[in-house]
Write a protein that binds this ligand. Structure first.
Ligand code: FES
Ligand SMILES: [Fe+2]
Length: 370
């Protein structure tokens, strides 16, 4: 949604073109992305409020791996490969739920919520067998502003180091405390990079989003992060008080928001799979999960202040409907792009000065993939 008008960003984008066709259709490049980006970088899997109580868990699929993200009895969150240490069986088939222990459906080896093997029938008859040698394999897991990230890398850059450019930047938004009121899952028939490129400009807004354009003018954006893995800035809300169907605020303010920011919406892309959209009264987060060169699964959550839920002035659907409509408008043009890019006639096209952020995103992406 961001359109840069800063002189430096515009100059930087001059001459930039969209990516070659192969980046959007090639199974080899898709495999390379899965290996070099999604199996190496910190990727978003959820928010701590999704597993608020001990024993709450959800399953995430990262690259080709299935992971169990679970809160243990001491309140600590762990990530484990969803693989039994006995004969490798998938432990949990469901997407989320509540457990007191993780038991394999095959021969009933049982693991604690901290991954320790607690029970293994008849294995005490095996000479030298020690349960302590067979905990679940853990995955690197860390939290940023309440959001849970995992990395499949053996020794990833510490998460605090990766997020250092954003340290403290969003603290007044109260992100760790927020709770999701709604999740919508989208199956988009477009390459995942088209979703980032679409999110990163509002050049398309007048034609694609008539309702959005009435509330927030497409050409009035300001980026404060114009290079690197985190990109974005804000757009003013010039009509109404929030981006909702009614134009009214639909909940308590999410955090300690200053007067100026009450009339702004902040859009940031967090490489490689998070879109963070902060409104005065709610925060929308997209998780992007590439499924094939032409297909992306998108999970979209709407987060609100925990105190908003019980109040009479809580109208989450006002925000959810607005962005569900706007999301679908975006996915549609991304799918049309995918179709055209697959044509033999496609050639990289020139980015406009209002597409400096997509161009910056492409440059960052190309640092990881040859
Ligand atoms: S494979 Fe899990 S207990 Fe046998
Ligand atoms: Fe859009």
């Amino acid at each position: 949604m961001i359109t840069a008008f800063r002189k430096t960003a515009e100059t930087f984008a001059t001459g930039a073109k969209t990516l070659e066709q192969s980046y959007f259709v090639s199974p080899e490049i898709f495999a390379e992305e899965q290996e070099k980006i999604f199996s190496k970088q910190w990727v978003l899997v959820g928010h701590q409020s999704q597993i608020a109580k001990a024993g709450d868990y959800f399953v995430a699929k990262v690259a080709s791996e299935s992971l169990i993200i679970v809160r243990d009895k001491g309140g600590e969150v762990h990530g484990f490969y969803n693989v039994c240490r006995h004969r490798g069986t998938r432990l949990r088939e469901d997407r989320n739920g509540h457990l007191s222990a993780i038991q394999c459906p095959y021969h009933a080896w049982t693991y604690g919520l901290d991954g320790r093997l607690l029970g293994a029938p008849h294995m005490d008859e095996v000479p030298g067998f020690d349960k302590a040698d067979y905990p679940l394999h853990a995955v690197n897991l860390a939290s940023w502003e309440g959001f849970t990230f995992v990395s499949l890398a053996e020794s990833p850059t510490p998460l605090e180091e990766w997020f250092a450019p954003l340290a403290g930047k969003f603290s007044h938004w109260n992100l760790p405390k927020l709770c999701s009121a709604k999740r919508i899952e989208y199956d988009v028939r477009a390459n995942w990079k088209l979703i980032f490129e679409n999110y990163s400009e509002c050049y398309h807004c007048p034609g694609v989003h008539p309702a959005l354009s009435k509330l927030t003018p497409y050409d009035a954006a300001e980026n404060d992060l114009a290079t690197g893995p985190f990109l974005g800035g804000f757009m003013p809300i010039t009509k109404g008080n929030s981006l909702t169907m009614s134009g009214n605020a639909c909940a308590l303010p999410v955090g300690d928001i200053n007067a100026e920011d009450f009339h702004r919406v902040f859009y940031y892309s967090i490489f490689p799979n998070m879109l963070l959209s902060m409104h005065p009264d709610y925060v929308m987060v997209h998780q992007l999960w590439p499924r094939s060169p032409e297909r992306t699964r998108i999970l979209c959550d709407w987060f609100f202040h925990p105190g908003a839920f019980e109040r009479a002035d809580f109208h989450p659907n006002d925000a959810i409907e607005f962005w569900d409509m706007t999301n679908k408008q975006d996915w549609h043009v991304c799918e049309l792009s995918q179709q055209g890019i697959a044509s033999r006639s496609y050639q990289p096209g020139p980015y406009s000065p209002r597409e400096s952020i997509p161009a910056a995103w492409d440059r960052e992406y190309l640092r990881y993939v040859s």
